[in-house]
Design a protein around this ligand. Structure first.
Ligand SMILES: NC(=O)c1ccc[n+]([C@@H]2O[C@H](COP(=O)([O-])OP(=O)(O)OC[C@H]3O[C@@H](n4cnc5c(N)ncnc54)[C@H](OP(=O)(O)O)[C@@H]3O)[C@@H](O)[C@H]2O)c1
Length: 302
C-alpha cells in the first residue's frame, strides 16, 4: 500500500496513516493543497503512486460564515480540490475525496447518494463545489458525518465525545441540541471503509459512510457519554445533560452556520460492496473507557 498518498493531517488523515502505515502522509506546512506547485512536487516524489486520498479541508463550519473564513473555505475546499484533480487526471491516479452531510439541507432523512445537493451554509456550499470537481477524476467521493477522531490522544484537538467526556469529569452540566439527528462516524471505521474501496475497486462514484446503529440526536449521544463516564468513575457524581433546541442554542450568537436537521445516511450502497459498517455504540463505549483511563493517568481523576 505504498502506492497511496494521504493529504491532510487531521482526525481522518492520522487515522488513515495508522491503518496504512506504508502510505505517505502529506501535511501542512510542507504540503498545501492551495499551492499547485508544492502539491504537484510532493505527489511526483512518491514512487508508484496510484491513489490520492484527500482528507484536507477547511472544517470550521461557523468560521466559514465570516468574510475571511469564506475566502479560506473556498480556497481549500474548492480551489484546492481543483488543483488535486488537475494533478491526478494528468497522471491517471485515483482520487478518494471526503465530502459531508452539509451538502444537504437535512430536510430528508436516510440520505441517498443520489439526493440532489442543497447546502445551507458556506462550508456546505464549498464542499458541494469540491465534490463537483472531484467527480471529474476517477473518484470515490465519500460522504460522511459526525466524525470522531478516536485515534488521537486526549490532549489533542477536541471532538464532540471528548468535549462531553471532559465536561462530565469536571462536573459541568451542558445544554446540548436535541433536534439534529444522525449517527457517529469513528475515524477508524471510515478509514477501514476507504481502504476497502481502494482494495476491492467497486464502481467509481459517491458512497455514504458512517457507522451503523440507532439514529439519535446530539443530546442523547451526550447523555450516553455522561453515563459511560459515570460507569468508569462510579464514585463520581456525574451531572445531567439538558436538551436545548437549535433555535435556542443559536439565539444571540453571530455567524452560526445552519446545521442539517437530519444527517443520517442510507448505507445500502457501501454495504453492497461488502463493507458492513459496525454499530457505533460499542465503539463509543470503548472510546469513552479509553478516554477515562487517560484522564486518570493525566489528571489523576478518580
Ligand atoms: N469533522 C466532521 O464531523 C466531518 C463531517 C463530515 C465530513 N467531514 C469531512 O471529512 C474530512 C476530514 O475531516 P477531519 O475531521 O479529519 O478534519 P480536520 O481534523 O479538521 O482536519 C483537516 C486537516 O486539513 C488540513 N488542511 C486545511 N487546509 C489545508 C491546506 N490548504 N493544505 C493542506 N492541508 C490543509 C488541516 O491542516 P492544519 O492542521 O494545518 O489546519 C487539518 O489537518 C474533511 O473533508 C471534512 O470536510 C468532516
Amino acid at each position: 500500500m505504498s502506492n497511496i498518498a494521504i493529504i491532510g493531517g487531521g482526525q481522518l488523515g492520522r487515522s488513515l496513516k495508522e491503518l496504512i502505515p506504508e502510505a505517505t502522509l502529506l501535511t501542512r506546512p510542507a504540503v498545501d493543497i492551495t499551492d499547485f506547485d508544492s502539491l504537484s512536487k510532493a505527489l511526483a516524489a512518491i514512487d508508484g503512486l496510484e491513489v490520492v486520498i484527500n482528507t484536507a479541508a477547511w472544517t470550521d463550519v461557523d468560521g466559514a460564515e465570516t468574510e475571511e473564513g469564506e475566502k479560506i473555505a473556498r480556497e481549500v475546499n474548492v480551489d484546492g480540490v481543483l488543483n488535486l484533480v488537475r494533478i491526478v487526471n494528468s497522471r491517471g491516479l485515483i482520487l478518494v475525496h471526503i465530502s459531508s452531510d452539509y451538502v444537504w439541507d437535512g430536510n430528508e432523512s436516510d440520505h441517498l447518494e443520489t439526493e440532489k445537493v442543497k447546502p445551507m451554509g458556506v462550508y456546505g456550499y464549498t464542499k458541494a463545489c469540491g465534490d463537483t470537481f472531484a467527480a471529474q477524476a476517477r473518484h470515490y467521493i465519500i460522504r460522511t458525518s459526525w466524525l470522531i477522531g478516536d485515534n488521537l490522544p486526549t490532549d489533542s484537538k477536541n471532538n464532540f465525545v471528548k468535549t462531553m467526556a471532559n465536561l462530565a469529569v469536571k462536573g459541568v452540566s451542558p445544554k446540548v441540541v436535541c433536534d439534529q439527528y444522525g449517527r457517529l462516524t469513528f475515524a477508524s471505521e471510515l478509514s477501514k471503509a476507504i481502504l476497502h474501496l481502494i482494495q476491492t475497486k467497486p464502481e467509481y462514484g459517491i458512497y455514504n459512510v458512517s457507522n451503523d446503529g440507532e439514529v439519535r440526536d446530539w443530546c442523547k449521544l451526550a447523555d450516553m457519554v455522561f453515563t459511560l463516564v459515570g460507569k468508569s468513575f462510579p464514585e463520581m457524581e456525574v451531572p445531567e445533560v439538558w436538551p436545548i433546541s437549535t433555535r435556542e442554542y443559536v439565539s444571540g450568537k453571530d455567524n452560526i452556520a445552519p446545521r442539517p436537521k437530519n444527517s443520517d445516511f442510507n448505507l445500502d450502497k457501501i454495504k453492497s460492496t461488502g463493507f458492513i459498517p459496525s454499530d457505533y455504540e460499542p465503539l463509543l463505549e470503548s472510546y469513552v473507557q479509553g478516554l477515562c483511563k487517560e484522564f486518570t493517568q493525566i489528571k489523576g481523576v478518580v
